[in-house]
Design a protein around this ligand. Structure first.
Ligand SMILES: *[C@@H]1O[C@H](CO)[C@@H](O)[C@H](O)[C@H]1NC(C)=O
Length: 92
């Protein structure tokens, strides 16, 4: 599920921001993630990231994480309302 992958990448990037910094923050940090493009796109989409320091970027990423987690939760609720095999329901 793409959302889940996004969430996981963002989560680990957030952890990285909290513990690291240097030069071109976004570029350096995103290079070390499993999905560079997703990482950069996520940060660049937020206008606050251009002027943000390490802490600011961590804040932005955590907010993105929360929003994605909310999306996943909502999608899960939608899925659970659909008729399906009980075993699938348990997995979800
Ligand atoms: C999830 O659904 C609730 C209720 O419909 C809504 O208020 C909330 O904004 C949704 N969250 C996200 C992240 O879309």
């Amino acid at each position: 599920m793409k959302l889940m992958r996004t969430f996981i990448v963002i989560f680990f990037v957030s952890l990285f921001f909290v513990s690291h910094s240097s030069g071109d923050l976004i570029d350096n940090i995103c290079k070390k993630t499993s999905d560079y493009k997703l990482c950069v796109d996520s940060l660049i989409a937020d206008p606050k990231s251009s002027s943000a320091d390490k802490k600011g970027l961590a804040h932005i990423m955590l907010q993105l994480s929360l929003a994605k987690a909310g999306d996943i939760y909502n999608q899960t609720l939608v899925l659970l309302k659909k008729p399906m095999e009980p075993i699938l329901k348990q997995c979800i």
